[in-house]
Design a protein around this ligand. Structure first.
Ligand SMILES: C[S@@+](CC[C@H](N)C(=O)[O-])C[C@H]1O[C@@H](n2cnc3c(N)ncnc32)[C@H](O)[C@@H]1O
Length: 208
């Protein structure tokens, strides 16, 4: 298996959102966090020969990270066609060899039929539900995950652990790993007053 540092370097060419849409909470996952998440999932045996789903794939960062390892296939689901155009360009740039399918659709109502005989791993950095009118957006994503995944890795905003634990317990799943992560984000939206800022997040591995 290649190193995490090598994966991070390969993901450094992934372009972010050209015109990020605030209503869809389009923040890109930085390459260091994406590499960390994918490398950890691979070490735990959750990538090789599995179907990897990236829900709310945006410009493809997590899907492409997984595709650089040895999954059976990768599927990226995204509502925004502009983001998917960039994801396609990114796939060419990254040059991963695993089959990747990009699907335009609502990740909370998965437009997919998945093979029964292969484990499904979800990687996702869903909208946090931080924008007014979009509260609990991550709950709808977790709900979709609980229906299709054997295991998932998801990024949530700081302070989500209690909510995630209770959601997972209700679904008879098991939260096996939790860690904090800091995003170093470039200015995305007009209402951000600094050119860069740090965002605290939490990452969870869940067995469903
Ligand atoms: C926080 S961004 C993360 C993007 C990307 N996964 C990454 O890690 O860089 C959340 C993404 O979810 C997408 N999204 C929001 N609601 C969605 C939905 N219902 N179905 C599919 N994608 C959605 C947004 O357009 C955005 O690309």
């Amino acid at each position: 298996m290649a190193t995490k540092a090598a994966l991070e370097a390969q993901l450094a060419v992934v372009a972010g959102f050209e015109a990020p849409k605030v209503s869809l909470e389009q923040y890109p996952t930085p390459p260091d966090l994406a590499a960390h998440l994918v490398h950890l999932a691979d070490l735990r045996g959750d990538i090789e020969s599995t179907t990897v789903l990236d829900l709310g794939t945006g410009t493809g960062m997590l899907a492409l990270g997984a595709a650089l390892r040895s999954p059976a296939r990768v599927v990226g689901v995204e509502l925004d066609p502009d983001a998917l155009d960039t994801a396609l360009d990114n796939a060419r740039r990254v040059g991963a060899s695993a089959p990747i399918h990009w699907i335009r659709g609502d990740a909370t109502r998965l437009p997919l039929c998945l093979p029964d005989d292969q484990p499904v791993t979800v990687l996702m950095n869903p909208p946090f539900g931080a924008q007014r009118g979009n509260e609990h957006a991550d709950r709808a994503f977790l709900d979709a995950v609980s229906r299709v995944a054997d295991v998932s890795y998801s990024v949530h905003n700081e302070g989500s652990k209690e909510f995630v634990e209770s959601f997972v317990a209700d679904a008879d799943g098991e939260l096996t790993d939790a860690f904090r992560a800091t995003f170093d984000l470039e200015r995305q939206f007009d209402f951000h007053d600094a050119d860069r800022r740090e965002l605290d997040a939490e990452v969870f591995r869940i067995e469903w």
